[in-house]
Design a protein around this ligand. Structure first.
Ligand SMILES: Nc1nc2c(ncn2[C@@H]2O[C@H](COP(=O)(O)OP(=O)(O)O)[C@@H](O)[C@H]2O)c(=O)[nH]1
Ligand SMILES: [Mg+2]
Ligand SMILES: [Zn+2]
Length: 369
């Protein structure tokens, strides 16, 4: 391993052709141009385990630990899976600025007013597409799909809805319009572990240089899908893990899988709870139909609860919009408002503390004059 690294030192920043196969492109090249990285070797983070990173550069894969200044930096500056990093031997010394990041509220913060944080929990960086994986069993839930969509849109990412376990139904196609109805223009793909349905459709998101992350509840069929797309068993699935008696613990070390299609696929551990940490515009994208209706309400600040001339309530009355979808929108909206309120409050506190500091310094200067 050490020999390998040494033999690459002359190859200063890394072989671009090989890096491109891992997703490197002109965006990162431009970011790199502004950095002092002459002594470094470029690599992509394949997985993170506590204080160890598994990184790859298309030629080698090796373990790195973070440089001291990275360990002590803010959470947002800590490398996550999918990041492009600068390495020096077996140390990660810097991160190339991210193009985007999939993150969510920390578990436990959803709806909890006592929760101390609305910080995000990073899931993956530098993605091209996010597969929202949902099983056509008890897992199938339109309201949950709406939450996943909002989460993905909040991060400025592109979703694809994958409905797995199509084999459980005689007519699985009936679920497609249900999903399409709440996800305008988002591709909906049906798959099954028993045949190649949907695989071709999904293959194109995994072409050379592309990076895809999968999210969805545990047991949704993500690892099974990863194996299906890979064409071989590369990820342990629920079925396999129970037979080894390891219960639900099915995560493997490698998170970013290099696929035969040419791209990279990330199989995330199941997300039990979808919390938001950002009051971004995701909700507007998810509920574009309600936004359109709201533009026709008599009052600009209509809350669509009891106002006269409300186009949204009218749409519910005439069956154009379901009451459940409106309720889902209202609930998510309240959550978002709560999040931004919290953020404003903590910003306010920071400001107050800063001024307290300043006024104490002024007082002490006066005293010592
Ligand atoms: N019938 C059926 N079962 C599936 C399918 N895909 C996954 N499963 C089962 O669902 C369970 C969870 O699958 P797994 O891929 O481990 O889910 P993950 O937690 O999202 O990675 C396993 O028992 C799989 O065998 C499918 O297409 N059809
Ligand atoms: Mg899995
Ligand atoms: Zn209204």
């Amino acid at each position: 391993m050490t020999d390998n690294i040494n033999s690459h030192e002359k190859n200063i920043k890394g072989n671009r052709e090989q890096l491109r196969q891992l997703g490197w492109n002109s965006y990162f090249e431009n970011m790199l141009a502004g950095m002092d990285a002459k002594q470094n070797r470029l690599a992509r983070v394949i997985s993170v385990q506590r204080n160890l990173f598994l990184v790859a550069d298309g030629q080698d894969e090796w373990l790195c630990s973070p440089a001291g200044r990275i360990t002590h930096s803010k959470a947002g500056d800590y490398p996550i899976t999918g990041d492009w990093v600068l390495t020096e031997d077996i140390v990660v010394t810097g991160i190339i600025p991210r193009r985007n990041m999939l993150s969510r509220g920390e578990s436990g913060t959803r709806g909890s007013r006592s929760g101390s944080s609305v910080r995000g929990q990073a899931i993956a960086a530098n993605l091209d597409t996010v597969f929202i994986v949902c099983g056509l069993d008890r897992d199938f839930n339109i309201r949950r799909l709406e939450r996943y969509l909002t989460l993905v849109y909040n991060c400025g990412l592109t979703p694809v809805i994958v409905l797995t376990k199509a084999d459980l139904h005689e007519d699985p196609e009936q679920f497609r319009p249900e999903a399409e109805n709440i996800a305008f223009g988002v591709p909906v793909v049906l798959t099954s572990m028993h045949d190649a349905a949907g695989v071709e459709e999904l293959d194109r998101y995994l072409e050379n240089g592309q990076t895809v992350a999968m999210i969805g509840s545990s047991g949704a069929g993500k690892s099974t899908l990863a194996n299906r797309l890979y064409g071989n068993d590369i990820q342990a699935t629920g079925a396999i893990s129970t037979s080894v008696g390891k219960g639900r613990h099915t995560t493997t070390a490698r998170e970013l899988i290099r696929m035969p299609q040419g791209g990279m696929l990330m199989d995330n551990p199941g997300i039990r709870e979808i919390a938001f940490h950002d009051d971004g515009s995701g909700i507007e994208s998810t509920f574009a139909d309600i936004q359109d209706l709201a533009a026709m309400c008599r009052f600009a600040d209509c809350s669509h609860s009891n106002e006269p001339g409300c186009a949204v309530l009218e749409a519910v009355e005439n069956g154009q919009l379901t009451a459940e979808r409106l309720a889902s929108y209202q609930k998510m909206k309240r959550e978002m408002e709560y999040i931004s309120e919290r953020r404003d409050k903590s910003a306010d506190r920071v400001e107050k503390e800063r001024w307290k500091g300043v006024s104490m310094r002024i007082k002490s200067m006066m005293k010592h004059r």
